[in-house]
Design a protein around this ligand. Structure first.
Ligand code: P6P
Length: 342
């Protein structure tokens, strides 16, 4: 194809349409959901870009179901995602970090076709917004079949391996929409001039180099023996693989994950006595990022279990989260086995 021809100019819209054509029987409902999340992300990006100029900074003065103080942007972004998904009849239900329970949007008995359930974190790392550090939106989509036995919507919690799509938007120096439907990982950069996410990173593969080590080392004294050994290896080993590994930790999951996805490395949020299951949530943080990581050639684990195999027991369940280059995550799993074997 001649460079610069119209086919070179792929947007999220045209890419979703192209992917849909791979499924001739598709009704286009799934594509609608992705497009709506793309729209919601553009609206959130506009709020983030104006933070400091419009009233989206600071605390809302309320707490979410996790007991965490809500930032104004948490509440605004949660409402934006709900409104863009709210009228899509193929979305049976949504579940947000900011809401206690799954919200049923369309009473599915009336609809005799597959629907979808969307789990999302509207703005992860929102406390960073006040100091102009990148934040992100994370989403995960499951199919809710209409002609198969299934649990009630309120308890429709499946392992991450059942996701039909997963993605995130990082609101950084530019806004990037990164997602997978199981056909590779693709990144789109928002061109504010035209208001479109433009394909900029097709088929992202995470490099098999441990460039970055990302963890909050203030918890080091509380970590298990295996986590400490893993941390020491990545930071201090003179093995060629780790000789140039450097620490990068923003404290904003999507920003840390995105940098490591593109540059190679390990992000970890281990369990510790004050957070015995870790801090990060399975359904709308770890599982979607785990699908992205695996689709890009990486790996994601609790240390004892593949993240995508964990059977959720609660919407807001937390899990220890180790994600990044396959070889390094497998090293950690080996250290855990050795520790467990005593
Ligand atoms: P800590 C932000 O609050 C967040 O949920 C993630 O975005 C981030 O990775 C993590 O918490 C940072 O937690 O304990 O290191 O401040």
């Amino acid at each position: 194809m001649a460079a610069g021809s119209w086919q070179d100019f792929d947007t999220l819209e045209s890419f979703i349409a192209r992917q849909q054509r791979l499924y001739p029987h598709s009704r286009g409902k799934f594509s609608d959901i992705l497009r709506r999340i793309g729209l919601g992300s553009k609206i959130i990006a506009s709020k983030v870009r104006m933070a400091g100029l419009v009233d989206v900074l600071g605390k809302q003065g309320t707490s979410n179901v996790q007991g965490e103080e809500q930032m104004k942007l948490d509440v605004i972004a949660n409402q934006i995602i709900k409104s863009v998904l709210g009228w899509v009849t193929s979305v049976a239900a949504i579940a947000s970090e900011e809401d206690e329970k799954i919200t049923i949007l369309h009473h599915y008995e009336e609809i005799k076709e597959d629907q979808y359930v969307v789990f999302y974190d509207p703005v992860d790392g929102s406390s960073n917004i006040d100091v102009n550090v990148s934040v992100g939106t994370i989403f995960s989509i499951y199919r809710y079949p209409y002609n198969q036995p299934r649990p009630p919507l309120e308890r429709y919690l499946l392992p991450g391996s059942q996701q039909v799509a997963a993605g995130y938007v990082v609101y950084g120096s530019s806004a990037m929409f990164v997602y997978t439907t199981g056909q590779g990982v693709h990144g789109f950069t928002l061109d504010p001039e035209i208001g479109e996410f433009v394909l900029s990173h097709e088929n992202i593969r995470t490099p098999d180099v441990c460039t970055y080590y990302s963890a909050n080392d203030t918890y080091y004294p509380q970590w298990s023996e295996a986590v400490r050994k893993f941390s020491d290896t990545l930071r201090f080993s003179d093995e060629p693989r780790y000789a140039k590994t450097t620490c990068r930790y923003v404290g904003s999951l999507v920003a840390d994950f995105h940098r490591n996805l593109l540059g190679g490395g390990v992000f970890m949020y281990p369990e510790n006595p004050s957070a015995p299951h870790g801090k990060l949530r399975l359904l709308y943080e770890c599982a979607p990022l785990a699908m992205i990581a695996e689709q890009a050639g990486g790996k994601a684990s609790t240390g004892r279990e593949r993240i995508l195999d964990v059977q959720p027991s609660d919407v807001h369940q937390r899990v220890p989260f180790f994600v990044g280059c396959r070889q390094d995550i497998e090293l950690y799993e080996q250290l855990v086995r050795q520790m467990d074997a005593g």
